[in-house]
Design a protein around this ligand. Structure first.
Ligand code: F6P
Length: 319
């Protein structure tokens, strides 16, 4: 292999730039030409492709977002769209592709692999919802952003003796909510993977209030439903003054944490190595601090699960 490409796709995540940097530098280290594809699979179909050099990825390791930009492409889900992408790859002589993104992006990578273009996936999403890896790039930064925000909310919650319902991202996964709730000492954590007993949520709030607790924090994963609806229900069921905060896109931006920069560098460099070693249709991951790779097809067929022991602990610690 003499020329490879790299793209970021789907929702961006802090650490994607560190991953792009590692792909480019590792490829050049192996004396391979590397091409950056802008705007994900959409840009691939449109031929928005340019050669990258060592300097193209200077001064980006600490930046949020993605210098290659990102998109969610409906057209690339079609056979015609994939053919358009393949024509562009042929035109530029690109023989293999590194795809940094989440499960939707890996579906595209799998299609290209099946059509003869070897792809390797690098898990980049704040949701931490990909099996085959303990962590995805961006999760740690998003988690720390949530915690910083909740710490601030807690100050005002205490001053006013209010209960705060905080809705966090995660799509259908509860990892961000669970980790943030545990790190923030939330009274209750509502996640899609666990059935919520609403009476238990109310009981915990009332118990805390009776003990003289000045604030209450309830973290709700967006996959459970609207934080505002939960807020209304809590207001009806308790005497507490409630407020709702939807953290939103603040969770997707910002400078990546050290953990995310290191994770991104390790995963992306490994992706280049296995692509050059002849592997295809694989996703790199980290499990027990060891680099691993799994078949993308296998990853896509598995359902994300949360750490149940951690969920139980969060409940035990907020009695
Ligand atoms: O997958 C990352 C994520 O931020 C999810 O947490 C959220 O549900 C989704 O993307 C939002 O996607 P979009 O920015 O395309 O609306």
């Amino acid at each position: 292999m003499k020329k490879i490409g790299v793209l970021t796709s789907g929702g961006d995540a802090p650490g994607m730039n560190a991953a792009i940097r590692a792909v480019v530098r590792k490829a050049i280290y192996h004396e391979i030409e590397v091409y950056g594809i802008k705007n994900g699979f959409q840009g691939l179909m449109e031929g928005d492709i340019e050669k990258m050099e060592i300097g193209s990825v200077g001064d980006i390791i600490h930046r949020g977002g993605t210098v290659l930009y990102s998109a969610r492409s409906e057209e690339f889900k079609t056979d015609a769209g994939q053919q358009k992408g393949i024509e562009q790859l042929k035109k530029h002589g690109i023989e293999g592709l590194i795809v940094i993104g989440g499960d939707g992006s890996f579906r595209g990578a799998q299609k290209l692999t099946e059509k003869g273009y070897p792809c390797i996936g690098v898990p980049g999403t704040i949701d931490n919802d990909i099996t085959g890896t303990d962590f995805t790039i961006g999760f740690d930064t998003a988690l720390n952003t949530i915690i910083e925000a909740v710490d601030k909310i807690r100050d005002t919650a205490t001053s006013h003796g209010r209960a705060y319902i905080i809705e966090v991202m995660g799509r259908d996964a509860g990892d961000l909510a669970l980790w943030a709730g545990l790190a923030d000492g939330a009274e209750s954590i509502l996640i899609p993977e666990q059935q919520t007993d609403f009476n238990d949520v109310v009981d915990r709030l009332n118990r805390g209030h009776e003990r003289g607790k000045k604030h209450s924090i309830i973290v709700v994963a967006e996959g459970v439903g609207s934080g505002f609806d939960i807020g209304d229900r809590i207001k009806e069921a308790t005497d507490l003054e409630t407020r709702v905060t939807v953290l939103g896109y603040i969770q997707r931006g910002g400078s990546p944490t050290a953990s995310d920069r290191v994770l991104a560098s390790r995963l992306a460099a490994e992706a280049v190595d296995i692509l050059l070693a002849g592997k295809a249709g694989r996703m790199v991951g980290i499990q027990n601090n060891q680099l691993v790779d799994h078949s993308i097809l296998e990853i896509l067929s598995q359902k994300h699960v949360i750490n149940e022991k951690m969920y139980k602990l969060s409940q035990e610690l907020s009695i």
